[in-house]
Every structure is written in structure tokens, then in C-alpha cells.
Design a protein around this ligand. Structure first.
Ligand code: ZN
Length: 262
């Protein structure tokens, strides 16, 4: 080292950098680590204030939010499915604006019916009406690229068999950690916690994901702060995204985008 002129040393260091960049799989080369922990926070029910705030927080980190809305919840005469829906919801003016800003707006039912408690034909008709409403009211909506997020995460084997003929994939209840996004992945399962604040539960689900070598956590969130079933606070969401984007193996991604390449 003592014999190296400053110029020679700089040249050697530069060449070393080039060599490292040329070998992307070099052990310990952190920049080459692939994303292997996918996280989708799947926000249901389309509360107006929460959806606007969620989108703003995601935008702060240059991320796309995953917002699942009920086709008819903004229309007069909409019957609330239960008391956990008793807040103002957005309309398709807002959904089009958020989609335009890069967020994902997906289906959460025509009227938030529990499809495991009705005949197949009735459930099928409601889903087709939901697809039709989104097609007519959400700009750029493509059914075959969309995700149907079952209200109450309640599906039936018969619906699950039929639905991939209409949409890219559907979300129902089940294990929170899915295989990483891949071809022909039509069924996503998720966990959720409520009716109280779900932050501790979500933290523990994220810990479980990160303890695995790989996986895709789909977690069913709802409103922010005082809105919806099992909310998180907006401060928590902001801090969570900041914490997660610092982890090199994590990719925060909406469900449709995760499956878009397949
Ligand atoms: Zn819901």
C-alpha cells in the first residue's frame, strides 16, 4: 500500500467498485438483494376521510395504496351492513382521482353482502353487478386485471372456482402469509383484527413474515383513526411505512400491481 501513488490507489478503488457492480450476486452486496418480503395493506370499505389520508401517507413515501370500495355505498338508500360502516364514504369522483394519482382502487362488493350466506346464483349476480358498476364508473378499470375483495372475507368453494373466469384474483379469509406473487395465483388470503385498534396484531403479523425467508403478507386493514372496524392511527401508518421501506427485502405493494406481471 505504501508504494501506491494516490493516483494509482484511486484507480484501483474505482476498478474495485466496477467489479463489485458487475457481479450482482456477490455475497454481502446489499444493493443486489432481491425483494422477498411483500406486504399488502388491503384497506376496505372506502371511508372518505380515511381513504384521502391513507393516499396522502402512501404518497409521502412514493407508494401506491390498496383501497377496496363498495360499488353502491355512496348512493342514497345504501343500507349499512353493520355499525362499523357508519362513516361517510367516498364516491367514484374520489376513486377516479386517487386512481389517477397512482393508487389501486379495487372491488369490495356491490353492497357488502356476505356471500357465504346466500345461494350461488345470487352471489354470482351481485359480483357481476359489482364488476359492471366498476367498469362503467372507474376509468381504466379492467376486470381481468382486478382483485375482488370479498366482504367479511367470506367466500364459498363454488364462488372461488368460478371467479377467476371474471377477475385476476380474489381475496378471502385464511392464512395471512401467501406465497410470493406468481403466475396463476388466483386466491389471496388475509388476516385482520377488530373491532378495536389492530396495530399490535398487524405488528405481530409483520414480524412473522420477516422471520420467514420469503412470503407475501396480505393484511386486511379498514379505516384510520376513529373510522371503521379494526382501525390503525394515521401516525402509526406513517411510522410503519417509514420503518418498512428501510428494510431492503421488503416491498410494499398493492395486490393488483403485485400480480400484474403474471
Ligand atoms: Zn368491508
Amino acid at each position: 500500500m505504501a508504494n501506491y501513488s494516490r493516483r494509482t490507489m484511486l484507480k484501483t478503488m474505482c476498478m474495485g467498485t466496477v467489479a463489485a457492480l458487475a457481479i450482482p450476486s456477490l455475497p454481502g452486496n446489499k444493493d443486489s438483494e432481491e425483494k422477498k418480503h411483500f406486504i399488502t395493506l388491503s384497506f376496505d370499505d372506502g371511508f372518505k376521510k380515511s381513504s384521502i389520508r391513507t393516499a396522502e401517507i402512501y404518497e409521502k413515501y412514493n407508494l401506491s395504496a390498496c383501497i377496496n370500495v363498495i360499488a353502491t355505498a355512496h348512493l342514497p338508500g345504501f343500507e349499512l351492513p353493520n355499525e362499523f360502516h357508519d362513516w361517510p364514504v367516498g364516491d367514484f369522483g374520489l376513486w377516479n382521482e386517487l386512481k389517477e394519482r397512482g393508487h389501486e382502487i379495487m372491488m369490495h362488493g356491490y353492497k357488502h353482502a356476505n356471500k357465504s350466506e346466500m345461494p350461488f346464483e345470487e352471489a354470482r349476480t351481485l359480483i357481476l353487478k359489482c364488476i359492471d358498476y366498476f367498469s362503467k364508473n372507474l376509468k381504466g378499470f379492467e376486470p381481468k386485471q382486478s382483485i375482488f375483495n370479498f366482504p367479511f372475507n367470506a367466500s364459498t368453494p363454488q364462488l372461488e372456482e368460478w371467479l377467476p373466469s371474471q377477475v385476476k384474483a380474489f381475496r378471502s379469509g385464511g392464512p395471512a402469509i401467501n406465497p410470493v406473487p406468481h403466475k396463476d395465483q388466483h386466491k389471496l388470503t388475509c388476516s385482520a383484527f377488530g373491532p378495536g385498534n389492530c396495530e399490535d396484531h398487524l405488528d405481530s403479523e409483520i414480524e412473522k413474515l420477516l422471520a420467514q425467508p420469503t412470503g407475501w403478507l396480505v393484511y386486511n386493514t379498514h379505516g384510520l383513526d376513529d373510522e371503521g372496524w379494526g382501525p390503525v392511527s394515521s401516525v402509526y401508518l406513517d411510522n410503519l411505512l417509514e420503518r418498512l421501506i428501510a428494510i431492503k427485502t421488503v416491498e410494499i405493494i398493492p395486490a393488483g400491481k403485485a400480480l400484474a406481471g403474471f
